[in-house]
Design a protein around this ligand. Structure first.
Ligand SMILES: Cc1cc2nc3c(=O)[nH]c(=O)nc-3n(C[C@H](O)[C@H](O)[C@H](O)COP(=O)(O)O)c2cc1C
Length: 165
């Protein structure tokens, strides 16, 4: 992987997460990879921003709230099993790095590591977060996705470094 200007990336914005999934890593002392497929890549406050959405029930939620940085890592297609594992087990009781045979790689710009096996990765500093307000969800089908009322928290992370193969 080599550093790349985020503006030079050629991606399919509506497929890269929805179809490809990614590993969101939060935490410094005990970093933890969690699979995500909701999110976005774009521009906020004139900066390149990665947005991820995390339910309060995730171990990752506490990690992001405790330390305002994350990395987002896209794996090669052959590593779908690692994504399945990191999207079904919790870092509360499992070391997902060893369980999924993933390597921690020190980041350049943030204290949270990247995933060594990634083919595309972002190092991000959280600029803002907010919780979905159920009174502002205008489509009942969306609210129906929250039977436990565990509305996602959105984290807007400024891209400090991007890497691509
Ligand atoms: C394909 C896939 C996509 C997922 N996307 C998200 C997501 O965007 N946000 C979220 O909160 N959970 C998402 N999850 C669920 C978490 O990955 C899962 O609950 C995980 O075990 C939480 O890990 P943690 O407790 O270590 O944080 C997804 C799971 C899968 C399999």
């Amino acid at each position: 992987m080599h550093p790349i200007d985020p503006k030079a990336l050629a991606l399919r914005p509506f497929s890269v997460l929805d179809d490809g999934w990614a590993l969101l890593v939060g935490g410094v002392d005990k970093p933890n990879p969690m699979t995500v497929s909701w999110g976005g890549l774009g521009t906020v406050w004139n900066r390149p921003v990665v947005t991820v959405y995390v339910r309060p029930t995730r171990h990752t939620y506490g990690l992001l709230n405790a330390h305002p940085e994350f990395t987002l890592n896209f794996l090669p297609e052959g590593r779908r099993a690692a994504l399945d594992l990191c999207g079904s087990l919790s870092g509360r009781d499992t070391d997902k790095w060893s369980a999924a045979k993933l390597t921690r790689l020190a980041s350049e710009k943030v204290q949270v590591p990247r995933v060594g096996e990634a083919r595309l990765a972002f190092e991000c500093r959280i600029l803002a977060d907010f919780d979905f307000d159920p009174s502002r969800l205008l489509d009942p089908a969306v609210e129906a996705l929250y039977p436990q009322r565990d509305f996602h928290r959105a984290y807007l992370g400024e891209v400090l470094a991007a890497y691509s193969d």
